[in-house]
Design a protein around this ligand. Sequence first.
Ligand SMILES: *Cc1c(COP(=O)(O)O)cnc(C)c1O
Length: 398
Amino acid sequence: MNMKEYIEEAEKDLLHTYNRYQVVLDKGDGVYLYDAEGKKYLDFVAGIAVFALGYNNKEYNDALKAQIDKLTHTSNYYYNVPAIEAARKIKKASGMDRVFFTNSGAEANEGAIKAARKYAYLKDGTTDHEIIALEHSFHGRTMGALSVTGNPKYREAFEPMIGNIRFAKMNDLASVLECVNDKTCAIMMETVQGEGGLLPADEEFIKGIRKICDEKDILLILDEVQCGMGRCGSMYAFQKFGIKPDILTSAKALGCGIPVGAFMMTEKVAQNSLVAGDHGTTYGGNPLACAAISKVFDLYEELHIIDHVNDVAAYLDDKLNEIKAAYPCVKELRGTGLMRGLVFDKPVAPLINKAMEKGLIVINAGADILRLVPPLVIEKKHVDDMVDILKAAIEEVQ
Ligand SMILES: *Cc1c(COP(=O)(O)O)cnc(C)c1O
């Protein structure tokens, strides 16, 4: 079948929950993707911040192949070596004390919410605790994660939500304080908002939140599903601020292509929240998933990913500033590290399609923001290539 026929079949068989780009992706190598007809694309999306190590990394693939031949699944009623190793490595990388492996980011956030509610329940025996989340946040599509997602458009048709959620504003400590009361059990936020528009928390705000949480024994839940794993120039984005969350969630690049997630907590929260019987998952933390996580952390060290990100991100920043200066249709530059956004004065869909035509994959975050979340292994020459194509595409759609 050719690409057009595949797409026609997909449109008949798959539930239409995505407006997909008209391309069937077939193969990946390094920072390049190939469609089913062999056309090559420079990839600045990485499966939405997933393929940090690029495609077809041999060491990663070999580790997965070896694990497939050994054992892919047990059950969480038994121990397995890859999970033990992955837990050790994620603790070291995050500075957190205990980990629960999930299959996705949304599930990691579900677990985080349950842990926070249980913590509060054990303190006062009541069940009407509140969570403060932020406007324009995105935490996933399951009911709990959706309930704390600060975009009414995603929630409306699916009401009622889990309830007792209040929304405050990013980088506006006063708006958070207005929501805090004796029932608040957690403040939940992305360290850098992704879907909501590539908006980093500023240092004063996040430190202020930490202080509120410390004073009132409220748990700080940081969702680093998108911004974590080195993308913002430190293993986890919060580490730049010298603070620590009580609960941290991670996914996307954590598995670099294998569906995994995790929520982690401090020992204090672990000792005072979820116990045997409170939470579980069939697949979460299985040997195949954990072999991926484990190898991802090894490769981050081996390839000095964090140093590389800081180096190439500075270069990207210069180039994006040049684009902003050259084109009045680019109103604002957002984000940090290799998680960047260009705010345009109009919807970016035509621009994305034009870029694809020219062999560059980029994506949006909201209608007017072009999002760049490339593999973390991109080099400066790839940034140059991206800039050339993007400029040409901007000029053609203007
Ligand atoms: C993608 C994302 C999620 C949801 O992760 P899934 O694996 O799609 O469930 C949650 N939080 C943030 C910040 C995300 O970017």
